[in-house]
Ligand binder design. Sequence first.
Ligand code: EPZ
Length: 422
Amino acid sequence: MALESLVVRGGIPLHGEVQISGAKNAVLPILAACLLTREKCVIHNAPDLSDVGFMADILRSLGAEVIVGGSTLTITAKKVTGRGDYNLIRKMRGSICILGPLLGRLHKAKVSVPGGCVIGTRPINLHLKGMEALGAKVKTDSGYVIAEAKHLRGVDIFLGGRLGPTVLGTANVMMAATLAEGRTVIESAACEPEVVDLANFLIAMGAKIQGAGSPTITINGVKELFGAEHTVIPDRIEAATFGLAAVTTNGEVLVKGARADHLQAVLDKLKEAGGIVEQRSGGLLFRRGKSLKSVDVATQPYSGFPTDVQAQMMTLMTQVNGISIITERIFEARFMHAQELMRLGADISIEGPSAIVKGGRPLSGAPVMASDLRASAALVIAGLVARGTTQVNRIYHLDRGYEKIDQKLRKLGARIQRRPGE
Ligand code: EPZ
């Protein structure tokens, strides 16, 4: 892909309203779940993201027909081969969520061990533990995971890892268990809203699932699943990103589609820091109160403060007088943005899992490098408040998870242009 950059001229508070797109982390496992039936599935409110395009191509390489009509995707997996396009599968970590559906449908699956990424090694031991518990033989061979099962039997499984639950691991086990014989109980399941959205889609397909959204999910296997129609939930991480951008730039933004029930920890922290969030019909209104104060944040599994909003919160804290401590407990290397924020003049020191932010100094624009998806968003927000011009390079990271972010920000008054860049 051509390398592109975003050039941001800072100093403009954001004003207006922005419509949140469908949730990336819901639509990826939901698209994979379409492999569980030979019938037609229709998915609405799918975000226009490169990761969604990737997943559509992966499903096609597995034999499914995927028709894209705007934000509606129609998937028919009449026949499925286990042989996917491993070049594609290797490139996108989220593709690991085809493992469960392939095992459920074909009783065999071959997926590439997802590469690590800048935020950490991204192991899949819990996914494999789940597949083996359901009766699969699993081996890894030259960068691939190969799982085969004569048949899948329901099982009680504890899926918690040393850092807590696994979101896509829970998704994989839940999807495979829908077609296993008997009952599966997942203990220490992930409780994210995206897991609930996937469960609701599976239930619409005829799956028998209780407890999604709680740490204990029960799945009673059925013989067959059927086609279904589903509308993807709004992206709570995109909503939090725009809300934090509004407060950081001292603007006022109505974030349409934002759901307070998906954002309790973020809203709580934002209010503690002096932000104001008001429920409006169809969304949440974000603005800064009289004065902001520094707060301490530690990321946790849902419903705690989401790791996917940690970077954006750090940018806000650079603008607040005082010292804040931001602790990342989910991924071991998710402070790439700190280095880049320091290039803009922020005063941050990393002490193990914590970043100590001495806020209150104005930022001044400079070229910075995007790394993981959310770090890139944090750098764009920093560019919105920095004096002068900030060039965020390698923004393909951003396009993976934010639909048309530069257009949405321009509509809110930001001076931001996409350029071919390094
Ligand atoms: C999902 O990743 C999200 N991605 C991530 O969002 C999100 O940050 C993460 O959940 C945590 O909320 C998608 O849903 C596509 P995990 P996932 O398994 O499922 C460890 C974004 O920016 N672990 O919940 O891959 C793991 O190393 C992305 O949108 C194991 O040890 O994350 C991590 O420390 C980034 N063994 C912790 O658990 C395993 O087998 C949580 O990971 C699996 C995970």
